[in-house]
Design a protein around this ligand. Structure first.
Ligand SMILES: *[C@@H]1O[C@H](CO)[C@@H](O)[C@H](O)[C@H]1NC(C)=O
Ligand SMILES: *[C@@H]1O[C@H](CO)[C@@H](O)[C@H](O)[C@H]1NC(C)=O
Ligand SMILES: *[C@@H]1O[C@H](CO)[C@@H](O)[C@H](O)[C@H]1NC(C)=O
Ligand SMILES: *[C@@H]1O[C@H](CO)[C@@H](O)[C@H](O)[C@H]1NC(C)=O
Ligand SMILES: *[C@@H]1O[C@H](CO)[C@@H](O)[C@H](O)[C@H]1NC(C)=O
Length: 504
């Protein structure tokens, strides 16, 4: 997938507006100038010396303005330790060390990254919950943020209970301004009376100079709304056998490639499967049209996560998104798959059906899946060039990269009930066994870069079973190509010819 970020809009438009005003008569210029002076004064006024003294209540005001706009009460308690209460002197405490080195200091003011950005909270057991969100990464690297969970029963005769929240940082090392946090709230005991309540997350920054606690209501359960049998009989038949959790989709995705991907996998995983896609701007109008028939059939669910863009995490906050998906659908599916929309799962015919293979892996909570890297620029022209261009992407992109490399990225599948948090290439927070040797049974073909270009992918056509291109060896691998006809027939049979005019 392409990893570039969107370009910033130019300020051409702004310049244009100023230019237009400037071209008016002199009188207008005068009015404009006086307005400018007034605005400038208005902007500078609050910075007169008297307002330089900050009090704790000023800080609180600041913080509450920065707090997420939740429709519920948020209380903040702050303890400001280092900020001088009543000085107008700039607080620069540089000093010269014994060895002559000047020790520079850096003093934070105000509050710029949120303590906690809530995405979701889900019940995950009789006495257990997961809260998923983002938090300022510098805080986690240099402070000691901590979490406490409180369960407040709706019934006023019952007492609230509280427990330490276990924080799981699944994208450790990857986060940018924000890092993904999964807080596991497991209470020593919790009434299963099903009488409703509220889960409150108390998030403490642990920043020595601004140790504040935000109390965030994260989940409300109304009386009798919980199906406790989900947790007491895990063997119960699930709604789905296989659920796909996609990570954030962004960029100018090719509708035709997405059409091919969904048709291929809807057939591959069968009727008892479901696909959850996350739109971080990648599901534009034309892509939505190829998904629409599958959404109408109940095979696909799209989540619009475009608003996470304001919080700069790792590639459109994909770690937060997959963790939300894990906990949201954890009890609805036997297996959950995590891979990308330029990747195609494959089970060799001689290994049996997908369900046979998955049954053989049942003793594992997780297995990783080996990658078959495919070229998305050189194509197989076995049908003649004219017909090649009309083929589907996975039919013509049939050359596999066989260069020896120490390691390639893997993807994975889990039995989600055993998993507490997850990553992009595998989960490291689970109970039970992980298996890394499933490559003879199931693997995936990766058409890197094919999905984010909206034009014919084939740059060069070849007709041999072995090719060296740009000093890189490739072999013809028709594993996926060979099911092309079956996939097209399946699509036609399932949703008709609605997508026949789809473009690259
Ligand atoms: C929110 O706080 C106000 C005042 O502090 C209080 O009157 C109100 O009942 C609270 N609302 C909720 C939902 O707790
Ligand atoms: C700063 O304020 C404290 C009380 O808030 C007062 O005791 C102290 O004298 C003040 N210092 C200066 C330099 O004004
Ligand atoms: C929280 O962690 C405990 C112990 O690791 C686990 O049993 C529980 O299922 C987890 N809860 C959630 C919601 O993930
Ligand atoms: C911040 O406050 C919490 C709870 O009030 C306390 O446990 C913690 O030690 C404090 N941390 C720092 C760095 O002051
Ligand atoms: C490629 O080879 C096949 C037979 O292997 C042949 O039928 C076809 O015409 C060839 N195509 C080109 C473009 O050479």
């Amino acid at each position: 997938m392409a990893k570039e970020r969107d370009q910033h809009p130019t300020n051409k438009d702004k310049k244009l507006l100023v230019g237009v005003i400037w071209n008016f008569s002199t009188e207008l210029k005068l009015i404009f100038m006086s307005l400018l002076v007034i605005f400038t004064l208005a902007t500078l006024l609050p910075f007169t010396p008297s307002s330089f003294s900050l009090s704790a209540s000023d800080f609180r005001f600041c913080i509450s303005r920065f707090s997420p706009a939740l429709p519920v009460n948020i209380t903040s308690t702050t303890a400001v330790n280092t900020s001088p209460e009543n000085t107008t002197e700039p607080e620069i405490l540089d000093r010269v060390l014994d060895n002559g080195v000047i020790k520079r200091t850096f003093t934070g003011h105000g509050s710029a990254a949120y303590n906690f950005v809530l995405m979701s909270a889900y019940r995950g057991g009789v006495n257990s919950f997961a809260v998923i969100g983002l938090s300022s990464k510098p805080l986690h690297v240099y402070g000691h943020p901590s979490y406490r969970c409180e369960w407040v029963p709706l019934d006023p005769t019952q007492h609230p209970v509280s427990t330490t929240g276990l924080k799981i940082l699944t994208d450790w090392g990857y986060g940018r301004i924000y890092t993904t946090v999964v807080v596991n709230c497991t209470f020593p005991s919790l009434s299963a009376a099903n009488s409703g309540g509220n889960l409150i997350l108390h998030a403490t920054t642990g920043d020595p100079s601004l140790n504040l606690t935000d109390s965030i209501p994260v989940l409300t359960e109304s009386p009798n709304s919980v199906d406790f049998s989900l947790y007491s009989s895990p063997e119960k038949k699930k709604k789905y056998d296989y659920l796909y959790c996609g990570s954030s989709l962004y960029g100018d995705l090719s509708p035709q490639r997405v059409r091919e991907w969904i048709a291929y996998h809807a057939r591959f995983f069968g009727d008892r499967s479901h696909f959850v896609l996350h739109d971080a701007g990648g599901i534009h109008g034309d892509v939505f049209e190829v998904l629409r028939p599958w959404i109408e059939l109940g095979r696909v669910t799209v989540h619009d996560i475009r608003d996470q863009e304001r919080f700069d995490g790792y590639y459109h906050n994909q770690f937060m998104v997959v963790n939300d998906c894990l906990h949201r659908y954890r009890f609805e599916t036997k297996w959950m798959f995590f891979f990308d929309v330029d990747e195609f799962m494959y089970v060799p015919e001689e290994k049996g059906t997908v369900s046979e293979v998955m049954e053989s892996l049942e003793e594992y909570s997780q297995f990783t899946i080996e990658q078959m890297p495919m070229s998305s620029r050189i194509c197989y022209s076995g049908d003649g060039p004219a017909r090649t261009y009309r083929k589907w992407g996975f039919e013509k992109m049939a050359y596999r990269d066989v260069k020896k490399v120490p390691r390639r990225d893997r993807k994975y599948a889990v039995q989600p009930q055993n998993v507490f948090a997850t990553g992009v290439h595998m989960s490291q927070n689970l109970q039970g066994k992980t298996y890394h040797k499933a490559e003879s049974k199931i693997r995936y073909f990766h058409y890197h870069g094919s999905i984010s270009q909206r034009r014919e992918p084939c740059r060069h056509l070849f007709n041999d079973s072995r090719v060296v291109f740009e000093n890189n060896p490739y072999v013809l691998d028709t594993s996926i190509r060979d099911v092309g006809l079956a996939v097209k027939t399946f699509e036609m049979r399932t949703i008709g010819d609605r997508l026949i005019r789809t473009r690259q």
